[in-house]
Design a protein around this ligand. Sequence first.
Ligand code: CA
Length: 235
Amino acid sequence: MNNKYKILLVEDDENIRIMVRAMLESAGYQVIETQSCDAAITLACSHIPDLIILDLGLPDMDGMTLLENVRETDLTPIIILSARTDETEKVRAFDLGANDYVTKPFSAAEFLARVRSVLRFSRHGADAGRLSQGKYQVQDLTIEYDSRRVFVGDTEVKLTQTEFNILAFLSEYSGKVMTYPAIIKAIWGYSTEGGVKRLQVNMANIRKKLGIQPGKNNYIVNELGVGYRMNTDER
Ligand code: CA
């Protein structure tokens, strides 16, 4: 069950929180919940969710402020869930980097479709063309696209969804240098100042988990200041 998407739900209205949580869990997502912005920031750092669902009217801070703060350094997809139907509010949310905006009340079917859509976009490659079947192999590294599993030799390597997406994306373009902006755009949907830092942190984790050391197991080459390239050859 480690393969479930993890969703952070930030909503202070208990009835809505329970309802949304039930919707998400019945659709197979793992849900972490909180009622305040303050706790949301802590949870987002410790759990690294794949998606944040954010109410705007929260007790300790306006959700817009949280959205703005998160977007300064972080590209986690965010869906706003709000009773505010005003167009200027929606425009502002999108300007600040929201991926989608759902107004209350909403139907379960519509809401889950939006969640799927945002997650599908952020997990680039997994649904696309030749990546939907088969596997990629270089040296003793194997990537299984269907099951989203990664092995070094016979040992499975546990990657987060985002780490897997990055690895899958690089393998799709193996042999080519993918620039930081290209990777960031493909994985998170758009580019911000903080994106490179976030990519580098993810990449450092990937390299560590794959056991990459200078001079050996070099599946991924770091083209300093430019981007990353996945090796295709056996050496
Ligand atoms: Ca509220």
